[in-house]
Design a protein around this ligand. Structure first.
Ligand code: MLT
Length: 311
């Protein structure tokens, strides 16, 4: 574009419609290419990513003119925040664009796990008609333990109420008043571990949450526990999970995220009582439109001199 003031690199696959504010702006030249195949990275003022592009110190070193990195999603664990801060590069995310999609996917995983829907589907597609193998369990009356009660955890609770599930929540920032207002019981981590029938995690991956459900804590859970991770790989320690799946202590696990992605641990994936999806909780038309348009507007405003809202 002739009048382009800003060059923006969109390195991961994003909703075209969500990117319209950038694509239609006369002031912006928007390049949709992976960082690995761009020859001259120094010309860009902004970088937009989802989770695939790793925004490392080395990458930032090459992007000498970049002023803002925007994550079209929530988790910024693929971005080296210290390196960005050192260079004065602002990092923003789209904190609420995919909340509902992630909560709905988590719920779909809980239902699928307890009713063995993926296994039954695979069985019937392979030509069988096996009704005995797929006896499930009801959700009603099962205590759902929610670890992490931010936007997504809260939406899970709203949905679980419709399924008549008692709710036990561990979040150090949850006040008794807010818990009461939403209709959940605020509990310690140990209370959630020892009382819940199903545990779902909704925290970011940090030093504190890495391996939160590991050998010691899974041992505290009820025999027959179901574990769900649609947040970040590593919050449930995969070695520990395999150990307790093999012993039968964990009745089933539903995983959308993995310690390493693409997931490589076949032993974990191939447990009959493990159901998996390839990190698609936020992959809906609506969520992708939301996150892409949120970051597009944020980046444009920022380059035009406004303060970042979601940094
Ligand atoms: C997020 O952090 O927003 C989700 O994991 C979705 C994604 O990685 O795109």
């Amino acid at each position: 574009k002739q009048n382009a003031k800003y060059r923006i690199l969109v390195s991961d696959q994003m909703s075209e419609e969500g990117l319209l504010p950038l694509l239609q702006s006369d002031f912006v030249e928007c390049v949709q290419k992976n960082v690995d195949v761009v020859e001259d990275l120094t010309v860009f003022d902004a970088l937009l990513v989802r989770s695939a592009t790793k925004v490392t110190n080395e990458l930032l070193e090459k992007m000498t003119n970049v002023k803002i990195v925007a994550r079209a999603g929530v988790g910024v664990d693929n971005i080296d925040l210290d390196a960005a801060t050192k260079r004065g590069v602002v990092v923003v995310n789209a904190p609420d664009g995919n909340t509902i999609s992630t909560a709905e996917h988590t719920f779909a995983m809980i239902c699928s796990l307890l009713r063995k829907i993926p296994q039954a589907n695979a069985s019937i597609k392979s030509g069988k008609w096996d009704r005995k193998a797929f006896q499930g369990a009801e959700l009603r009356g099962k205590t759902l333990g929610i670890i992490g009660f931010g936007r997504i955890g809260t939406q899970i609770a709203q949905r679980a109420k419709a399924f008549e599930m008692p709710l036990l929540v561990f979040d150090p920032f949850l006040t008794k008043e807010r818990a009461q207002k939403i209709g959940v019981t605020s509990a310690s981590l140990d209370e959630v571990l020892t009382t819940a029938d199903i545990i779902t995690v909704h925290t970011p991956l940090t030093k504190e949450t890495k391996g939160l459900l590991g050998m010691k804590n899974i041992a505290k859970t009820k025999p027959g526990i179901y574990l769900i991770n649609c947040a970040r790989g590593g919050i449930i320690d995969e070695q520990a999970l395999k150990h307790y799946l093999a012993s039968g202590h964990v009745a089933g696990a539903a995983l959308d995220v993995f310690e390493e992605e693409p997931a490589t641990d076949r032993e974990l994936i191939e447990f009959e009582q493990v159901i998996t999806t390839p990190h698609i909780a936020a992959s809906t038309v609506e969520a992708q439109l939301n996150v892409a348009s949120q970051v597009s507007e944020e980046v444009l405003n920022f380059l035009e001199g406004e303060p970042a809202r979601n940094s």
